[in-house]
Design a protein around this ligand. Sequence first.
Ligand code: PEP
Ligand code: MG
Length: 907
Amino acid sequence: MSKWVYFFGNGKAEGNGTQKELLGGKGAGLAEMTNLGIPVPPGFTLTTEVCTYYYQNDQSYPKDLEKLVMEALSGVEGIMDRKFGDPGNPLLFSVRSGARASMPGMMDTVLNLGLNDETVQGLAALTNNPRFAWDSYRRFVAMYGDVVLDLKPEKKTDDDPFDVILDQVKGEAGARYDTDLKTEHLQKLVKLFKAEIKKRKGIDFPENPMDQLWGAIGAVFGSWMNDRAIAYRKLYDIPSDWGTAVNVQTMVFGNLGNTSGTGVGFTRDPALGENKMYGEFLMNAQGEDVVAGTRTPRPISELQHILPDAYGQLVDIRNKLESHYRDMQDFEFTIENGKLWMLQTRTGKRHPFAAARMAVDMEAEGLIDKKAAVLRPEADGIAAFLAPVFDGDAKRRAVEEGRIIAKGLPAGPGGATGRVVFTAQDADEWRNRGEKVLLVRKFTSPEDIRGMDAAQGILTAQGGMTSHAALVARQMGKVCIVGCGDLNIDYAKGVMEVGGKVIKEGDWLSIDGFSAEVIMGKLETRPSEVLQVLSGELPPEKSKNYQQFVKLMAWADEFKKMQVWANADTPKQAALAVKLGAQGIGLCRTEHMFFEGDRIQYVRRMILSESEEQRRDALMKLAPMQKEDFAGIFKAMEGRPVTVRLLDPPLHEFLPSREALKPDIFNRKVKEVADALSVSPEEVEERIEALHENNPMLGHRGCRLGISYPEIYEMQIRAIIEAACDVAKQGLPVKPEIMIPIVATEGEMRIIGEQARKLADEIIAAVGVDLKYMIGTMIELPRACMVADQIAGIAEFFSFGTNDLTQTTCGISRDDVKGFMGTYVAKEIYPVDPFQRLDRSGVGALMKIAVEKGRRARPSMQIGICGEHGGEPNSVEFCHQIGLDYVSCSPFRVPVARLASAQSSLR
Ligand code: PEP
Ligand code: MG
């Protein structure tokens, strides 16, 4: 017989905190707290294995489950000295979901379960509070109707049937708030709610508590497969076969009067990472009132003035939890008639920025060691240290001009500016049109996540630091302000009014996630503190952010095995990359240099040349400029390897394009080119026609150009080697690597490799310096992977160009993927866009073959990656696993890759 049910209560639990996979996060936390002697209302957990069984067996339960539930239930009855369904002394339960990973608000919950027409009387007598008993009952019937009987409105614009009735009864009673309703009104509500259920569903509301319990359990398991939960899992890569657990737990009430209350908190500040308890509470309220974000709660420190004893207990528990878990916890508590109960603890979600700061602080406090500190923050999150902040002058001007229109609570740091939209759907659509948007809402709910993801920042009128908006923004690393009570939002009109000012949909608005200020108009942003220190604008001792950032990065470098290089095309980019920790340049795209200044003229002259001689002439003009570029990059890199890629794009990319331009503009551009080169427009057009390709990505590009026009590569090789010789002659270290693109065959590699080596050796000998260089290739085509051993006979290094390798392996044009990849991902054909995250089983498998074959032919082979995947943590991990020497990514991603590389070594 499997153990499907785990009991907890009275200081002893059958499970413990390590069993998250089985008990879910909530269940494991309840068990662990119980074992730690923390007051937890007793209950039991149905394991995630029950969920898996349920979905594998036609939505049915294991045979022995009922018996196990009955046993656990009577255990709870024993501890509480009450009975489930006993009219004289009723025990009530909450039934909640609890998956392995937290999925805030995605699945269903039922509270006050066990109430019926008889037990409600018992509850009234027990609490000496009939109003409370009937209020709990009407809430339960509505919640049960919504969650278990499926009466929840499907669309946001539809009304909840129970809310409609509630408003009616309130109107009839002349009640403004729910709290104005008297017992008889609540009794009437219960009747009307039940009648509504009968009308809509044709069934009676179940009076039998056991029926209620099984209905709720089924609904929670069912909610694992609701649309919201599925969308959330997709966004956060949570496998659907994990399943959820169900926690059945004794109800305690925070709404019994003035010595009762409920709240949520974090053991540290989850937005900024400061080491102080953070949280909020509402007196005389139920838990959902706090998290729903519909009432703005009070800061937790105020609890010490209202209920000092309970506050003192909470502080003790906070300390116990932190030293036990050695990580920030988020917790929920309820105070029932002055007694504190803990309802949940789990590792808290935090803003990526806070995650890194906390990790560094906790190491200093001795809670964790360096390794744990490096493993803690999500690698992607470190990018938050580089996120823009508002320009100080622009902000000051905004203050002077009276453009600060409101202030809320800072839930996600950074500066964000965008055009206002009021629905998540608009945010998504506007973003897809290329707009920058700020999502402004009264409060957000789980349906809004896609739109939140699309927005630059999120601003809400209601809710506190633990409201849904704050929680999700923190996790996404979004700039966010919540609880901005001065906003009067009118969704229907698409406007909001703030202190007499009206802001319409589409207006520019800015939010400062550090100070929680809302600013009218577009506000200039400026580099983050870290970038300001790196550029010398800010002294390092003035920036705690910077100090924490460098500490964490230094630890990462201690543990990482793979190096991190950068893709950079200019000395300035190269210098920034070094400051951000790059150990080399993995890709310098020389074609980017062709667009600087008036160089394009010479490039075009070269393209229009009719003979090799004319071509050489034009190339000679380009040579000194290229040489200067390379020398600048070599110097900026101070002896670190610099990989320069020879010309890659097809030549027509340097001429006006008939397809991409309107006819009149095309004609004008052709004339401009013709005039500049003193040829006729017809000649230019002829050349454009001749160079036209149906599929340029698979056309006359890369090394194919080098084979057809050796003089182009000759000029580039000469510029690279001469620049390196110049730098070497100045006594500076330099390490050039010449990289040939789009190689598919040994022949290509041999012809160009030999040409390059001969030329380079001649130049070096003539200059008479000691210069080491390497000649290698990009691996961007499946064929190159399969014959990597042959290519490795000549190439001294490989660098995976996974942009092209993904394109050619999957047969998907990297420029046309947008049209269908969304659907593909939604249908789980690809788990994520393979151009964003390396497709391990396809592209990755080819890479593995290439590494193996390459190293077999040349054991010392240096192998790296320079496609966009080089800065994406999951892909970085794969590169580590297959033994690459380095990953190369854009300068701003270098810290992410450093951390990801270290985490891969430590995992
Ligand atoms: C690649 O193909 O991965 C690559 C780095 O080259 P490019 O993006 O310039 O084609
Ligand atoms: Mg490429």
